[in-house]
Write a protein that binds this ligand. Sequence first.
Ligand code: ADA
Length: 691
Amino acid sequence: MRAVLLALLGLAPVGHCAVREVVPLVEGWKFLRRDIAPDQNAEEWRNFQTPPWEVVRIPHTWNSEDGSNGLAADPNLLEGYYRGPAWYERAMPIPPEWRDRRVFVRFEGVSLVADVLINRVPVGQHRGAFGAFCFEVTPYLKFDGKDAMRVRVDNSRAFDVAPLSGDFTIFGGIYRPVEIFSTGEACISPTFFGSPGVFLTIRKMSKEKAEVEVKTLISTECVDVQNIAVEIEIKNAEGVVVAKKNERIAKAGASEHKAAMEIPAPRLWRGVAEPYLYYATVRLSRAGEMLDEVTQPLGLRTVAIDKEKGFLLNGEPYALHGVNRHQERAGKGWALSKADHDEDHALIREMGANTIRLAHYQQAEYFHDLSDRFGIITWEEVPLVDAVSASPEFLANARQQLQEMVYQNYNHPSVAMWGIFNELDCGAMATAPAVPVVEDLQKLAKQIDPTRPTVAASFRQNAGTKHRIPDAAAWNIYPGWYSSSPNDADGWIVDFSKQMDGRIGISEYGAGADPEQFQEGDLVRPVHNGARHPQEWQNHFHERLWAQLKDNPHLFGTWVWAMFDFAVDKRNEGGIPGLNDKGLVTRDRKTKKDTFYFYKANWNPEPMVRIASRAATPRTKAITEVKVYSNCAEVKLLVNGKSAGRAKPDAIKVCRWPDIALQPGRNTIQAIAADEKLSDICELTLENPKP
Ligand code: ADA
């Protein structure tokens, strides 16, 4: 299935042959946003079609509206949006020729708990909103053209399923793609924690060669196991085979096959500079008949976090600067299309970020494909947010979600670190101590994947000792937003890095802003949960913070909170209910806030010039500061066509003209740079001037 996806993306190597037959289930799902009686003899079981039902397409969520309109909009719902059971039903388009094949159904993400039934017979349950899962359905099918699937999905709070709480809406639904596919009698196991069943590990690397272990999990249902051939082929980005092996498997049942491959003169995956990709394909066949095939991306690179040198890519220091991203947007919630992922990724790249933290959970497979392709280093994390529960079921679920995350994303070269928690022991749900759970996850992550460091995001006021458990620690800091001043970051960073005896990360830093609100004159820190979040404070906050984070010898990486505004139904601040407005881009992706351009000037080397606070109009102060973000050598400012002088950007790419006199009515402000090749222009109106 992965093979077909890659082929659709145009990523598959030349001459690629798709052995798995994949049918995406997109259109024509019947949907009921309520429970139906457990008794299968009940009328509604026999007749799911009893109105009111809707026909929906996948990806789908039932909270796209109520999940982001604030608590007050739905006073009868406990959390302000529907958290409860719902049902989906769909015919399974099983081609008659699949009768002799094995058939699987794979869900990429269902929130929060899914029960899958084929022809009304329960096939399996999955608990957790973010990992893919796959069930074999062969024995449940009739192959009579009438096979049907029902899925009960429930996004009620479940006390054994992480996350127990968090500052984001838990959108319910089958919100990522679903597909059915068939394989031959023996196949590369698709059911092992929803993973591809093929795991690529770089064992050794030198200029001359890379040694890559290809581990394949094989599920054999047939008897003639001795004759199954395993062919492993690695192609470079140009489609040329650079390594190949043909072997046999010996054992029946679910088994494992390991092959040591050598790639001569390896070309490295070097982040944004050169994200060079190979592809590894594993094929199973018997007597010339193809049984199954899986293709996976392979990036030849090493990653590490060094206490002294910071983040190392291929052994060299690589300064990480980037953003946090939630998987959602206005009007759609979590039910994102590929085009939505493309747009998000492109905006992040446009700003010049070289890393993304996928807060606070495993995100879509396609988003990882993009990061592999564009060289964006990824921090991915388990949804262990705010609190843990003391129950063994909760621990088991956290372990399951960690294993899904690691096994499913093991082959993505962009994924460089596994996050094992975010801000634990805080919030109303924090009843059990988190340390034992974190210790357990740390051990498990290292056991499954010793090649990547683990990290975690700590809460400043309540760090305890948990931050010492992962390989490297990071902190979420908000100086100048929830408290204190934006100049305090430096002191905190020195303090945290002393505790860790080395470099730390800043996993979050941010301040809210409504791009339609502005503040003239002296800046005042807004009340964080108040109705006014003027953009000028967000600009100031990030300018001050970045001045302290940039080139800071105590850091291994920094991540802005957050790239996009996102839904938190329970929030009501900044004048917009249901929103966390710390994004650099609005939730509908239509407006880039000023701060987006501030980072673009600092991170993206492409010449640019942008006047800040242009939305701050009409104004009442005749004497004002004009601020321009630019990475050019010098910027010339024209006010109403007359020169107001030139300025050179400072160390954080800000040019200032402190005392510009506006005339009553309209004023044209123009910033010109790069030998007159670049220009930005805006209009500021002065109304009822005050001294
Ligand atoms: C925390 C938390 C985030 C985010 C942030 C905020 O640091 O980790 O999920 O919501 O607070 O905006 O307050």
